[in-house]
Design a protein around this ligand. Structure first.
Ligand code: S3P
Length: 174
């Protein structure tokens, strides 16, 4: 597919374990564009993993990194951006993303999320809280902000990342 298919960035947002990174990989090959991941950019910038950043510097420090990373993304060619699950909660970040492209929310039920994250050791917010009721509570707190930020919402329950990517490509390229 022609590179010019993407005129602006596509930001994938949504709860931890919604499949943003895996979907981004498939979407990139479908659209023949590059992919970036805000968590990976932060890890590369800081030289340490996310749990260490949370533990040593605190969540606020991590959230500020997310905001500043968006300025780096602004200088990139249009690409698929897989966003950390908390990035779209800050209004300032949402405004920056809206200025740079389209925001796509990958939604999934707490049950689906739990299946995806239950063995993860790299998500500090779920440390000691790895259960469906906690995921449901945190998701309910976040949903209004996710919905307010999103240009497009893709329901992902029962779909694998390849199918989600195809659904996005269909919707986006319409
Ligand atoms: C977070 C989600 C994580 C990561 C950090 C905080 C969140 O990314 O940015 O642990 O607040 O939802 P994923 O959504 O890729 O797991």
């Amino acid at each position: 597919m022609d590179m010019s298919v993407l005129k602006e960035h596509i930001f994938l947002i949504g709860f931890m374990g919604a499949g943003k990174s895996s979907t981004a990989r498939f979407l990139c090959s479908l659209l023949d564009v590059k992919e970036t991941d805000t968590d990976e950019m932060i890890v590369a910038k800081e030289g340490c993993q996310i749990p260490e950043i949370f533990e040593n510097k605190g969540e606020e420090y991590f959230r500020n990194l997310e905001t500043s990373i968006l300025d780096n993304i602004k200088n990139m060619e249009p690409c698929i951006v897989s966003c950390g699950g908390g990035l779209a909660l800050r209004q300032e970040n949402v405004r920056k993303m809206q200025d740079m492209g389209k925001i796509i929310l990958l939604s999934a039920t707490p049950e689906t999320i739990y299946i995806h994250v239950k063995d993860s050791l790299s998500r500090p917010l779920l440390n000691g809280n790895m259960n469906i009721p906690y995921i449901k509570k945190l998701m309910e707190e976040r949903l209004p902000k996710y919905h307010a930020a999103a240009d497009i919402i893709i329901e992902t329950d029962g779909l694998d990342p390849k199918e989600v990517a195809a659904k996005i490509a269909d919707t986006y390229l319409q």
